[in-house]
Design a protein around this ligand. Structure first.
Ligand code: GLA
Length: 373
């Protein structure tokens, strides 16, 4: 059992008086490159983390679900899956929403006691909410003795939960990375077909995840607005989605300035993601680093989804890294985490360079990923 699962098991036993029947787990994810392109049918390169969310569960004889959240002072939510989930109510909306959608898909149970415990920082752009949805979904499926539920289907349901009950018009990257991926290995995911392949980083590279300290708060509105701008740009360009714009032949002249910036970001970010996977395959850290730096500039200047404090940290990291690797803000933006891919031997020096008091949390991932505060 990993750290989150052990904590969920212990907290469940303390809260409900005896041990759970099982503990389900789902990781968080860091996206190496390809941000704000998933809802444009683009290519993304996320990597599931070893940190994540655990949901301990036990079947109950009395009807109804009871969920307790160890990370929120043991707050509880009681419901039946047929009841309408609360809207935009944090973890309650997510767990209740998953239960409802899985019941519509045929899961069935009399009653269930659940306890959530995780070790992903919230609001850090590491996908704590998709991680919770998938972990809760797995717990409900395990408790219903449903096996072989396709990961793509679970990912789609978790995305629906975000759309319908959390008010976030997110793409499919996080849910797919978390439901289908493998902690410590990146995946090149085609968000149109949901086809993907594993992309393995060379052993002597390291992935650093640095928490910027700028929390992503109340950014759902800005996220949804960006998505609408991309959809408007696609309509004006006469394509189903920005994925269909050829980067070599793109003509953005018919767009207004905002749509033009958004569309340029998306079209070239998809191309960069394809190139980044090729650079990793070729073991070319310099080429990958250049793409990561370009991707950050694009999120900052074209997508306008960065934050001055994050830009400052990215610049300092890139200065410390030099040409052998690169750093960028990762995920939805407006704060959150920074990802850097560097030579493993340089990890400590580079992390110290951005913050001399940085202390790193226990190593996570397949030995190569480290999360720094
Ligand atoms: C959030 C969303 C994803 C994706 C990223 C940006 O994490 O949940 O669907 O759009 O932002 O790449």
């Amino acid at each position: 059992m990993n750290a989150a699962a052990t904590r969920a098991h212990e907290a469940f036993t303390a809260a409900y008086g005896s041990a759970p029947d099982g503990v389900a787990f789902a990781p968080g994810r860091v996206n190496l490159i390809g941000d704000h392109v998933d809802y444009c049918d683009g290519l993304v390169l996320p990597m599931p983390l070893a940190m994540g969310t655990a949901v301990a569960w036990r079947r109950a004889d009395s009807p109804g679900f009871e969920v307790r959240a160890a990370d929120y002072a043991g707050e509880a939510h009681r419901f039946t899956p047929e009841e309408t989930p609360p809207i935009r109510d944090g973890w309650r909306s997510l767990v209740h929403g998953m239960a409802q959608l899985l019941f519509e898909e045929g899961a069935s149970l009399d009653g269930l006691e659940l306890l959530i415990a995780g070790n992903l920082p919230r609001g850090a752009g590491l996908s704590s909410s998709a991680s919770l949805c998938i972990a809760a979904g797995r717990a409900i499926l395990d408790a219903s003795a449903v096996s072989g539920f396709p990961p793509e289907r679970l990912a789609r349901l978790a995305q629906q939960v975000e759309h319908r009950f959390a008010g976030v018009a997110c793409g499919i990257m996080d849910q797919m990375a978390i439901a289908a991926g493998d902690p410590g290995n990146a995946m090149l995911l085609d968000c149109r077909s949901l086809g993907w392949r594993q992309v393995t980083l060379p052993q002597d590279w390291s992935v650093l995840v640095v928490q910027s300290g700028v929390e992503r708060e109340l950014v759902d509105g800005a996220y949804n607005a960006r998505r609408s701008e991309c959809e408007r740009a696609a309509r004006k360009l006469g394509v189903a989605s920005l994925r269909d714009v050829d980067p070599e032949a793109a003509d953005f002249a018919g767009l207004d300035p905002v749509e033009g910036r958004r569309a340029r970001h998306v079209v070239y970010e998809i191309a960069r993601t394809r190139d980044a996977a090729a650079a990793i395959d070729a073991g070319d850290l310099q080429a990958l680093g250049a793409l990561l730096r370009e991707a950050h500039v694009s999120m900052r200047d074209l997508f306008e989804a960065s934050h001055p404090q994050v830009d400052d940290q990215v610049d300092r990291l890139n200065a410390a890294i030099g040409s052998n690797g690169g750093a960028r803000m990762t995920g939805g933006g407006f704060g959150g985490a920074i990802v850097a891919v560097i030579e493993a031997s340089q990890a400590e020096r580079i992390a110290q360079a951005i913050n001399p008091s940085t202390k790193h949390q226990p190593a996570i991932g397949a030995g190569a990923i480290r999360v720094f505060n």
